[in-house]
Design a protein around this ligand. Structure first.
Ligand code: G6P
Length: 611
C-alpha cells in the first residue's frame, strides 16, 4: 500500500528518500515519485517502474535538494500512470504526497475548479495539493492546518512549498505516520522501518496531528481546547530499532522464501517467556475479562482471517466456548446482534488494516462490546493501542506481500489463547498443560523437518506452474489450511485456486475435476482421514491428479495419478501449523517456476490501510 518518506536536512535528502522508498517497497506499489525544493523551485521525478528506475531518473534529471517528499503509490483513484503518481503539484508552488482516501474529493474538486485550478490527474490527492495552495497566504503550516479542516476521510500527508525551502509539513488522520528525529535533519514516514537507516528516535503521531519539520526543530500540533484550535503538544520519543537487518535478503532468493524459512525462529520467539499457560500472557486484566467471556468474535482479513477460522476449531474443542469468525470488511457494515459478554478478537499482522481497525471500532463504539483483544505482530500499531488486551507475535518484519511467518505465529498465539481459556474453564489439568507446552516448544524443530521437504515440493511446483486452476481440499481444522494454501497460490502465482471442505466436493466442485485439474489434499493422520480418502477416490475416479500432504503414518495407498509428500511427524491438534508450511513452499516454488514477482505480486499490497 502507499508509502511516504519526507525529510528536511542540511544535506541532499534524495538518497535518504530513495532508500526509504526501497524499504517501503514490500508494501506493494505501482508507481513512485520524489519532489524536492531547491533554489526556490520544485523539482519532481515520477515513474510507473520500480524505485531503482526512479533513482536513475533522479540522477539523470539532477533531482536534488535539502528538503523533499517521496511516495510509493498503490492505485485507488485513477489508474497506475505517471500523471497519477505522487507527488502531486499545485501551480509549481505546493507539492504533496498522500496516503489514504479523501471521501469528499469530488465536492472540493468542483469548488477548486470554479476558482480556476486545473487538474492533471484523476486522484483525490491532487485535490489536497490545490486546497493547501488555495489556503496558503504566507505560511505553509497555517495553510495545511486550514486545509485539513475541509477534508473528510483518511490521510497521511507530507507537503513542501517552493518558497519555504527548509520546511516540511505533515499531517495524519486515519492513516499511520511516524516522525523521525535525526541530527540536523528530521523526517516523517509511513513506518519506522522506512527511516530506520537514519534514526531510531521515533514519535508515533496521533490521530489529527500536524507536524512542522525543519532541519533543527520539529513541533507537533493537535487540536486542543473548545474551539479546536491547533496548539503545540508534547509527544513521547521512543527508541525504535527499526529492524535494519530484516530488510536484507541474506542467502535467499526472495523475502517470501526467507520468511518461510524463518518460521521455526519466529514461532520460538513468539513462545519466548511462556513459562506456563496463564491469562497474564494477554495482559494484566485478562483473567477477569476471560472469566466473563461467554463467546468470542474474531474479526480479520486475508490470511489473518484464516488464522481465526483455525482458532475456532481449537477454542471450541479445547475450551468449549463458542466462536464466531467474520471478515472485517463485512462485519463493519452489516447489522449484527451485539453482546457485551463477547470477547472481540482482532487478528492482524500489521495492526493497521483499515477494515479490521474499523470493525474493531464498530464493535466497541457502535455496538458497545468493550472486551477487546488483538493478536498482532506490531506492538506499536493502532489495533494494539485500541484494544484492552493484546498478544504480540514475534514474527519480525514481514516483507513478502503473501503472509507466511505472521500466519504461523498468529496460530501459535491463538493456540495459547485456546489453552488459556481451557484452563480457566477447568478443562486443562497440570499434566495436560505440561504436555501441551512441551509440544509447543518442540514445534520449531518439527517445522524445520517440514522445511527439509523443500526439494520434494519443488518437484510438485514444476507441474503446477503450467496449470490454470487448482483445487485444495481439507477437513476439520485443516480446512482453513486448505483455504490458506489456495490463497497463497493465487496471490503469487496467479493460478486460479479454490479450497473446499472435502465433504463439499460432491456438492459442486467435483464438476470441475478432470485430468487437467490438480487437487491438493491436506491429509494428516487424524480421525477424518478415512473420510478424506473417500473424497480422494472421488477425485481419482474423474481423472483428477492428487497432490497429497500426508503424515508419516497416514495409511494411504498410492496409486497412479497420486503424489504424496509425507510430513515427518503427526502433530495432533497443532498439525495445521506444519501442513501450512508445505503449502507455502508449494505456492512459492510455483511462482518461482512461473517467473512471477513473488514478493510484490501484481495488484496486491502488504498493508491495506485504505478501504
Ligand atoms: C493484505 C496482505 C495479506 C494480509 C491481509 C491482512 O491483503 O496482502 O497478506 O493477510 O492484508 O493484513 P493484516 O496486516 O491485517 O494481517
Amino acid at each position: 500500500m502507499c508509502g511516504i518518506v519526507a525529510a528536511v536536512s542540511y544535506r541532499n535528502v534524495v538518497p535518504t528518500l530513495l532508500e526509504g522508498l526501497r524499504r517501503l517497497e514490500y508494501r506493494g506499489y505501482d508507481s513512485c515519485g520524489v519532489a524536492t525544493v531547491a533554489d526556490g523551485k520544485l523539482q519532481r521525478a515520477r515513474s510507473v517502474a520500480r524505485v531503482h528506475e526512479l533513482a536513475e531518473q533522479c540522477e539523470e534529471d539532477g533531482v536534488a535538494g535539502q528538503t523533499g517528499i517521496a511516495h510509493t503509490r498503490w492505485a485507488t483513484h485513477g489508474a497506475p500512470e505517471v500523471c497519477n503518481a505522487h507527488p502531486l503539484v499545485s501551480r509549481d508552488h505546493v507539492a504533496l504526497v498522500h496516503n489514504g482516501i479523501i471521501e469528499n474529493h469530488e465536492e472540493i474538486r468542483r469548488q477548486l475548479q470554479d476558482k480556476g485550478y486545473v487538474f492533471t490527474s484523476q486522484t483525490d490527492t491532487e485535490v489536497i495539493a490545490h486546497l493547501v495552495n488555495d489556503c496558503y497566504e504566507d505560511d505553509l503550516l497555517k495553510a495545511v492546518m486550514k486545509a485539513v479542516g475541509f477534508l473528510k476521510g483518511s490521510y497521511a500527508i507530507a507537503v513542501i512549498a517552493s518558497d519555504e525551502p527548509h520546511r516540511v509539513i505533515a499531517a495524519r488522520q486515519g492513516s499511520p505516520m511516524v516522525l523521525g528525529i535525526g541530527e540536523g535533519e528530521n523526517l516523517v514516514a509511513s513506518d519506522a522501518m522506512a527511516i530506520g537507516g537514519v534514526t531510531d528516535q521515533i514519535v508515533y503521531l496521533s490521530e489529527g496531528d500536524v507536524v512542522d519539520l525543519k532541519p533543527d526543530a520539529w513541533t507537533v500540533y493537535a487540536r486542543e481546547g473548545e474551539d479546536g484550535a491547533f496548539m503545540p503538544v508534547e509527544r513521547e520519543i521512543r527508541v525504535v530499532h527499526a529492524y535494519a537487518g530484516a530488510v536484507e535478503l541474506g542467502p535467499y532468493r526472495h523475502f517470501m522464501q526467507k520468511e518461510i524459512f524463518e518460521q521455526p525462529r519466529a514461532v520460538s520467539d513468539t513462545l519466548e517467556g511462556v513459562a506456563a499457560i496463564s491469562p497474564t500472557l494477554f495482559g494484566g486484566n485478562a483473567e477477569d475479562i476471560f472469566k466473563q467471556t461467554k463467546r468470542l468474535l474474531f474479526l480479520a482479513c486475508g490470511t489473518s482471517y484464516y488464522a481465526a477460522l483455525t482458532a475456532k476449531y481449537w477454542i471450541e474443542e479445547l475450551a468449549g466456548i463458542p466462536c464466531d469468525v467474520e471478515i472485517a470488511s463485512e462485519y463493519r457494515y452489516r447489522v449484527s446482534v451485539p453482546d457485551p459478554d463477547t470477547l472481540v478478537v482482532t487478528i492482524s499482522q500489521s495492526g493497521e488494516t483499515a477494515d479490521t481497525l474499523a470493525a474493531l471500532r464498530h464493535a466497541r463504539d457502535a455496538l458497545g462490546m468493550q472486551k477487546t483483544l488483538t493478536i498482532c505482530n506490531v506492538a506499536t500499531s493502532a489495533m494494539v493501542h485500541e484494544s484492552l488486551l493484546s498478544y504480540i507475535t514475534r514474527a519480525g518484519v514481514e516483507i513478502g506481500v503473501a503472509s507466511t511467518k505472521a500466519f504461523t505465529t498468529q496460530l501459535t498465539a491463538l493456540y495459547l489463547l485456546a489453552l488459556t481459556l481451557a484452563k480457566l474453564n477447568g478443562r486443562l489439568n497440570a499434566a495436560k498443560e505440561e504436555e501441551e507446552l512441551k509440544r509447543l516448544r518442540h514445534l520449531p524443530v518439527a517445522m524445520s523437518a517440514v522445511l527439509a521437504l523443500e526439494p520434494q515440493v519443488m518437484a510438485w511446483a514444476e507441474r503446477f506452474a503450467v496449470k490454470q486452476d487448482a483445487l485444495f481440499l481439507g477437513r476439520g481444522v485443516h480446512y482453513p489450511i486448505a483455504l490458506e494454501g489456495a490463497l497463497k497460490l493465487k496471490e503469487i502465482s496467479y493460478i486460479h485456486a479454490e479450497a473446499y471442505p472435502a465433504g463439499e466436493l460432491k456438492h459442486g466442485p467435483l464438476a470441475l475435476v478432470d485430468n487437467t485439474m490438480p487437487v491438493v489434499t491436506v491429509a494428516p493422520n487424524d480421525s477424518l482421514l478415512e473420510k478424506l480418502k473417500s473424497n480422494m477416490q472421488e477425485v481419482r475416479a474423474r481423472g483428477g491428479e492428487l497432490y497429497v500432504c500426508a503424515d508419516g503414518d497416514s495409511v494411504i495407498d498410492t496409486v497412479d495419478g497420486m503424489h504424496v509428500i509425507r510430513l515427518p511427524e503427526n502433530y495432533g491438534r497443532l498439525s495445521p501449523i506444519l501442513h501450512c508450511v508445505a503449502l507455502q513452499l508449494l505456492a512459492y516454488h510455483t511462482s518461482v517456476s512461473k517467473g512471477t514477482d513473488v514478493d510484490k505480486p501484481r495488484n496486491l499490497a502488504k498493508s491495506v490501510t485504505v478501504e
